[in-house]
Design a protein around this ligand. Structure first.
Ligand code: SF4
Length: 289
């Protein structure tokens, strides 16, 4: 099997920045309890070295965000994730004298600023429950979610003139359709397509992949939005088969012996080590061309 790692691969700059920040915080605060307020990035393999250093990930299943924030002690350190967060959370920590750091990707920050600065009501196109969506909805009043999985209720929008923006890691194909739907309903909508370049470039590559590839493996975690979108776009191209791979163990359930040309794509939070481990495992099992 001929296996090619399609570039860009592995971390985007926002993910790399977030990981570097937490490593620096660990270095400079030995002995302190460091908490990630939600998953820093959506990849368990990438998170493992941080967990191994003793960094804890806050679990939201039992308590509200507010009660967790109020439970931190003055000596603790809190790090907000790369996806953005409700700014009210920072106020709680400031009031309680708890040190915190913000790992929000600058591209997400820019989009949040765009929402806050706009004088218009905002339609935010995103996935319900995703941290970036929650941060955007909390950015100010009158931000309405256009959930990618549901039709939008246009009766709640008071004016035809709205700002429309989106979660940065959606698929350009689904966003195009949703923007068309919005333009059909609200003729004066100002559409601001905010799919980040790191996501878009990979999506365009997988959408226009050379037909010589008969197999595409998308590497990343299933809760990573940009990785899932790569997978969904790749599935539409019938020239090749597509599989979603999160760990080396996932390869054990697959017989890939009939394929000759494999393209390895990775999500923006996928570590390089995992991509190379998967490539080596495939070469060991199916031979190297
Ligand atoms: S995928 Fe895009 S928005 Fe998300 S962290 Fe990377 S650069 Fe930032």
């Amino acid at each position: 099997m001929k296996i090619e790692i399609i570039e860009p691969s592995s971390y985007c700059f926002g993910v790399k920045r977030a990981i570097d920040l937490v490593n620096k915080i660990c270095e400079e605060n030995k002995g302190k309890d460091i908490y990630l307020f939600g998953e820093l990035i959506h990849n368990k393999t990438a998170m493992k070295p941080l967990i191994d250093k003793g960094v804890k990930v806050v679990n939201f299943t039992k308590n509200t965000a507010e009660s967790i924030l109020n439970s931190f002690k003055r000596d603790d350190i809190v790090v907000f994730s790369a996806h953005g967060h409700d700014k009210k959370y920072e106020e709680i920590l400031i009031k309680n004298g708890v040190t915190f750091f913000d790992a929000t990707c600058p591209i997400v920050q820019l989009n949040l600023k765009r929402i806050i600065d706009s004088k218009l009501d905002v339609i935010f196109v995103g996935k319900e429950g995703h941290p970036e969506t929650m941060a955007s909805l909390a950015a100010k009043e009158n931000v309405y979610l256009y959930d990618i999985k549901k039709p939008f209720d246009y009766t709640k929008v008071k004016s035809e003139e709205v700002l429309v923006t989106n979660q940065t890691t959606l698929s350009f194909l689904e966003v195009e359709n949703i923007f068309d739907d919005i333009k059909n309903h609200l003729k004066s909508a100002h559409i601001s397509d905010e799919i980040c370049n790191a996501s878009r470039v990979r999506q365009e590559k997988v959408a226009s992949l050379d037909e010589k590839y008969d197999l595409v493996l998308i590497i990343g975690d299933k809760n990573s939005s940009n990785t899932t979108k790569l997978y969904e776009i790749s599935l539409k191209n019938k020239a090749h088969e597509t599989y979603f791979i999160s760990t080396i163990e996932d390869l054990n359930n697959l017989d890939l012996s009939k394929y000759k040309n494999c393209a390895l794509f990775s999500g923006t939070s996928c570590p390089k080590t995992l991509i190379y481990d998967i490539k080596e495992t495939l070469e060991e099992r199916y031979g190297k061309i």
